[in-house]
Design a protein around this ligand. Structure first.
Ligand code: GLU
Length: 511
């Protein structure tokens, strides 16, 4: 490719960024970096009615967390600044005037009320009102009014919109990198509003003008924008500008494949659909985020990369560099990709396991701090704990869920196990075992295991019962990794102490 590659991610700040939007940004980023191009963040905030405070900062923060840097954009700056459409407002006027001059757009003075009445009237006839090449001929617009009347209306400050004059009977032929050749007949399209009398452009106009001025070479965006593509292509034609190349990405689907992944699906099925936690500024309702739910950003990136693109091999774990190297739009599928929660967890587990124990121990620090334990526990101890349970966890928080007994003595003992196993003088036998354990010079898992096995075999004791009760004393429940491993990590003193204390508590409950 000789052309300079410039792509943009252009969200509207209407709320938290959907994970599908994150994937769109990721594909833009991978494509740009693969071709030595630039990635731009443009905020499309022309629709003031949908503006949500905090959304822009949320978007910027999300990409910071995800390690997707922008070469240019809001809060970064760049040669094509400003990158926020509301700050570019004065600029769009000259372009809409150019379209009017060229006869590609016209003033429409129909009020919202008049249009609503028309809509109702059509509905009562079981028809749909569309402002298009047919209906525009009888409506209140500059195509039908004499020039003097138009000028009069404008001078009097009458509210208006400026609409695109959709050509009649035109085959619009387009090319999409993912979907191939597409042809749409112009008679199926309406005269979209491009500009409003408050001086604000609509999405369509601002988007095209900015993509042109920012020299965007490729528009890579979600499939929901495919229906806008004919209008956009016609706008480029009307301006006599070269259009960028288009690539419309397939949707992210619900896990069952029925429809687009929504926030509600996430709530219902227990997974986040947003990168970061989000609190709605109006309702104060909280929505889950991948970051706060304990996902690693690398895992989220890896998972999203493979939801729609396939590398053509079985390889599943990709670093960002590897993704950049392997990515191509040609390998993005046409059909939607089903979101898979288990796969998301699997990716997280893979990345978590790959960390060395010392890094994992550091990741656990905030949790230990939260439980006011951080100052009491050595790093090497935490490292031993994470080494032992890292193969069983999906999230950093699982280290605590599954390993809290390494940090806190049991506060209670599972009554079910007591009822089932605590009988026939078991307490006394475990005391004798603990004396044998106390004699051990070396305290490591194989030695402990041999000592326990020998004790049980010699005494012809019930292995299951002994092990269950020992575990109960150390953990408080029937869970956790191998018992000798637990003892080795806890250390001799703590093990013997828990055994004695536990027996005391349980036997006191027995009488
Ligand atoms: N502002 C649009 C959005 O919110 C951008 C669509 C496009 O990329 O053209 O998704």
């Amino acid at each position: 490719m000789n052309q300079k590659i410039r792509v943009r991610f252009a969200p509207s700040p209407t709320g938290p960024l959907h994970i599908g939007g994150v994937r769109t940004a990721l594909y833009n980023y991978l494509f740009a970096k693969k071709h030595g191009g630039s990635m731009i963040l443009r905020i499309e905030d022309t629709d003031q009615t949908r503006f949500v405070p905090g959304a822009e900062d949320y978007i910027v923060e999300a990409f910071r967390w995800l390690n997707i840097p922008f070469d240019e954009g809001v809060q970064t700056g760049g040669a094509y600044a400003p990158y926020k459409q509301s700050e570019r407002k004065p600029l769009y006027k000259q372009y809409i005037e150019e379209l009017i001059k060229k006869g590609a757009a016209y003033y429409a003075f129909d009020t919202a009320e008049e249009l609503e009445n028309l809509r109702k009237e059509y509905e009562s006839r079981k028809e749909t009102f569309i402002y298009n090449a047919v209906s525009r001929k009888t409506l209140n617009n500059s195509l039908n009014l004499p020039e003097s009347a138009v000028q009069e209306k404008l001078a009097s400050g009458a509210p208006y919109t400026i609409r695109f004059k959709m050509p009649e009977n035109k085959e619009i032929s387009m090319k999409d990198i993912i979907r191939g050749d597409i042809t749409v007949h112009s008679n199926t399209l309406d005269d979209k509003i491009l500009f409003k009398s408050d001086g604000m452009p609509t999405y369509h106009l601002a988007n095209i003008v900015d993509d042109h001025l920012m020299e965007i070479s490729h528009v890579i965006r979600g499939e929901e924008w495919l229906p806008s593509m004919p209008l956009h292509v016609l706008l480029y034609e009307a301006f006599e500008w070269d259009a960028p190349q288009f690539a419309h990405l397939p949707l992210l689907l619900r896990p069952d494949g029925n429809g687009k992944l929504s926030k509600r699906d996430g709530d219902r099925l227990g997974f986040p659909v947003f990168p970061l936690e989000w609190t709605d500024p109006k309702t104060e309702e909280k929505a889950h985020g991948y970051r706060e739910d304990g996902y690693l950003s690398e895992a989220v990136i890896n998972m999203l990369a493979l939801l729609g693109w396939n590398p053509g091999t079985d390889k599943e774990i990709f670093s960002m560099e590897e993704l950049i190297e392997a990515f191509s739009l040609e390998r993005v599928g046409k059909s939607g990709s089903k979101f898979d929660v288990e796969k998301a967890k699997w990716f997280n587990q893979q990345y978590l396991r790959a960390y060395d124990n010392s890094t994992l121990a550091q990741m656990l620090t905030p949790i230990l701090e939260y439980h006011q334990l951080a100052g009491y526990i050595s790093e090497s101890y935490v490292e031993k704990v994470v080494a032992l349970i890292k193969d069983r966890v999906n999230f950093v928080s699982d280290f605590w869920e599954q390993g809290r007994f390494f940090f806190l003595r049991p506060e209670s003992y599972d009554p079910q196990i007591i009822k089932k196993r605590w009988k026939d003088g078991i307490g006394g036998r475990i005391i004798i075992l603990s004396i044998a354990l106390d004699q051990l010079h070396d305290w490591d898992a194989p030695i402990i295991k041999d000592a326990i096995t020998e004790f049980i075999q010699k005494g012809e004791l019930n292995m299951g019962q002994m092990m269950n009760c020992l575990r109960l004393l150390l953990v408080g429940a029937a869970t956790g990794p191998d018992l000798a491993d637990i003892m080795a990590v806890l250390g001799k003193m703590e093990t013997l102490l828990r055994i004695r204390e536990g027996i005391k508590v349980i036997e006191a409950q027995q009488v």
